[in-house]
Structure formats: structure tokens, C-alpha cells
Design a protein around this ligand. Sequence first.
Ligand SMILES: [Zn+2]
Length: 257
Amino acid sequence: MLVDTHCHLGAEQFNDDRAEVVQRARSAGVGHVIVVADSQPATEQAIALALRFDLSATAGVHPHEASAWNPEVAAKIEAALNDPHVVAVGETGLDYHYDYSPREEQRAAFAAQLELGAKHGLPVVVHARSADDDMAAMLRDTDARYILHSFSSGAGVLDVALAASAYVSFSGMVTFKSWKDNDAVRAVAGDRLLIETDAPYLAPTPHRGKRNEPAFVRQTASKVAEIRGEDAQQIEEQTTANAIECFGTHIQSKQSS
Ligand SMILES: [Zn+2]
């Protein structure tokens, strides 16, 4: 049984066949999916989808949407953390590649969500792109548990995460010809390793360029196993155990359903 720890199941790309996508995941042995939110409205939607499909959700505001962060949104996100389907804060973080929100606002929304994670004892799903110095500094400062999602940062960020025993999650990017960071895949301790699709984005080879979906997390698991020189079954068992340890038994309780 595999867990897709990061999927935007609420994205419009799934509007026509969401139930089939979930069914295909289960048929492929992907027993659980964490439905990741990127805004306050998407948080409500993620919780509704988790309820509908017996999955888990996150509650948070993406760095692209950081300009929307304000006290009212913060209060709604914090209230959502009490929903039993919500297993993490996020996704939040810093994205200086696109800079869709001003960097100062990204840092403020990220800091606030790290605090929410620490306060509520929930892990924080961290999106980090082209912001290594600020990211490393902010992660060094936090008491929150966190996951570096779809890891693609530099060694500075990875070192902070490894020192904090944070989780590091790899996506289909590890299957791309352009992927150059097998050292990072090997550097993460076995008990801190997670896998994800980030669907509908980042479809792994051989689906690259098409819509991604949770069933495809298996390709990423195989590639991670190959890079680490471990067998696929071992990676499957380990990453599922890690997902339960990281996000809680809500993940486990749904596996058999
Ligand atoms: Zn995402």
C-alpha cells in the first residue's frame, strides 16, 4: 500500500473524472491520498473531498496566494485545523521563482503557518523554490515539524531539514532526465522519506507532460528505490509507515477502506 502525500485533487484538471482518479489510485495500490490545499477556499474544498472519498486534507495558503493572507483568512485556516480530516498545515512556503506574491508577504504568511503548525502539533507542508537562503533561515528558526515537499532545493535547505529530522518528500521530478540530485534522495534517512505526486502537476516518466494523478506515485516509488539501491517493496512499506508517523493514524485507519 502506497500513500500519495501531496495531491491537488481539488484542481480543475480533475473536474471531469475525480471519482475515477481516486478509484484508479486504489486499484494501483495507492490506498490513501492527502488532498493538499493552496488557499482558504481550496481548504474547504479539500476537506469536502477528504470526507467524500475517505481521504485526508491539509489547510493552508500557498506562497503564490500569500497576498490573500490576512487575519480573517488566518482564523479560518486555524479553525479548519480542528477538522478530523485535516492532517497538516499548508501548503505554504516561499516561491521566489514565480514571485506571484511579494516576498515580504510570502514570508509573513509562511511564518504565520509555521506558528500554526507548532501551536497545533501538526506538520507543515513546505513549498520551497528559488528561495534557499530565506527558506533555510526560517526553517532553522521554527519549532514546527515540517515536510519539504517535492524536494528540489539546494544543499543548504536540505542540511537544515536533515538536522531537524524533518521529512523530505520526492515527486515525479526524480524520474525526469533533467533530475540531477540523486545525492539528496540518498541523503534522507529511511524513516524520514516520503513520496508524492503533486498531481495534477509533475507527472513522472512515462507520463511526463500529461496530467498527473495519484496512481502514478508508484513510478516515483520505484525510482526512489532504484536510486537508493533498495527494493521497491521495502520503499513502499517504509514510506507508508513514515506517512502514518508524520501525518497520524488517520492515514492508517483509511488504508483498508
Ligand atoms: Zn502542491
